[in-house]
Design a binder for this molecule. Structure first.
Ligand code: ZN
Length: 346
């Protein structure tokens, strides 16, 4: 089969599309005929290489995909050939204290398909049954293949970890990114007053269409000052910051007393300067979040499948142009997800 593969860590020139051995289907695995799959910022980190990541090369990336079940292993009970499915990339052990207490995202062996093990940006992918959810007939492949990672991440961040309530105020940084545009929609759905940042008037307009009540161009205005002005110096109850470097201190500055800063990553850098005096004096809460539980995935994807939430697509490309897809993700142009399809499906 044909697959996207990286031969070593580095720039976009390490990405290839070509022959790769057909996947073997394990006892509890499902073989999926892949129709479409989105990139995530994670794919950029995996390509560049992380100190904690040791991969066998060539590595097939990709943590989002949807397609049709082609074959199932003997222990699979939930799916049969012909079923429409989407991947949810988190893998847990089932045995550790956190798994046994019912939260697999806290698993001490937690890892992601596409990051730590073979991903799904290929014509076929064999994945554990537990990592698939059914996709209704009415949902198109681009939507199905581009929404599970960012929507479960944003859902857990806001609804579970930040415990967002109707009437509260939320600031979403980078409202045009994958997690950002999901967070704007979820915060609006939860009944919050939504503040959003973006770098162009077009992105701000999109953010407003998706539910932002207020939007600001952070390249023209200090967003923390803007938030304090808009809220009568109070600040917001919750900030969603997955940017990290360059925004962290202003995120802290944007919070009301006892406010919550929730993060699922640092796309611009993971070790920003912080502001301890403001954290303790204002009694702020810094909250981490990763992926979502199976129940959280079901809850949020139901709302994607029924059209309540709409994943935005900035570009759809053949898998042979994955290098360009990385450039678009890294360049932060446009709004929403960059999706690739096997060249045979494009
Ligand atoms: Zn575990």
């Amino acid at each position: 089969m044909q697959a996207v593969k990286i031969t070593e860590h580095g720039g976009t020139d390490v990405i290839e599309y070509g022959e790769y051995p057909d996947p073997e289907v394990g006892r509890d695995e499902v073989l999926v005929d892949v129709k479409a799959g989105a990139l995530n910022h994670l794919d950029v980190w995996v390509r560049r290489g992380l100190p904690t990541l040791s991969l066998e090369m060539p590595h097939v990336p990709g943590s989002d995909a949807a397609g049709i079940v082609e074959d199932v292993g003997p222990d699979v009970s939930r799916f049969e050939p012909g079923d429409r499915v989407a991947l949810t990339a988190g893998v847990n052990c089932g045995d550790c204290e956190f798994c046994r207490h019912g939260d697999p995202t806290l698993c001490v062996n937690f890892h992601l398909i596409g990051e730590h093990v073979t991903g799904v940006h290929s014509e076929y992918a064999a994945v554990p049954e537990d990592n698939l959810i059914p996709v209704p007939e009415r949902v198109d492949w681009i939507t199905a293949g581009s929404s599970t990672l960012v929507f479960q991440t944003a859902w857990r961040m806001l609804i579970d970890r930040a415990d967002l309530e109707a009437g509260e105020s939320v600031l979403v940084l980078g409202a045009s990114g994958g997690v950002g545009h999901a967070a704007v929609q979820i915060a609006d759905y939860a009944g919050a007053e939504v503040y959003a940042t973006g770098s162009t008037e077009e992105k701000l307009e999109h953010a407003r269409e998706y539910g932002a009540d207020h939007a600001v161009n952070y390249e023209q205005r200090d967003f923390a000052e803007w938030v304090r002005e808009k809220t009568g110096k109070r600040g917001v109850d919750v900030v969603v910051d997955y940017v990290g470097a360059g925004t962290w201190r202003d995120s802290i500055k944007s919070l009301a007393k006892n406010g919550r800063l929730v993060t699922c990553g640092g796309t611009a850098g993971g070790n920003p300067k912080t502001d301890i005096p403001r954290i303790f004096w204002n009694q702020l809460n810094i909250i981490g979040s990763t992926m979502g539980t199976p129940g959280q995935v079901d809850d949020v994807m139901e709302l994607v499948w029924d059209g309540t939430f709409e994943p935005a697509t900035r570009e759809v490309l053949p898998m042979s142009e994955t290098a360009r897809a990385h450039e678009i993700v890294e360049g932060r142009d446009g709004f929403g997800k960059v999706v690739v399809r096997p060249d045979s499906e494009y």
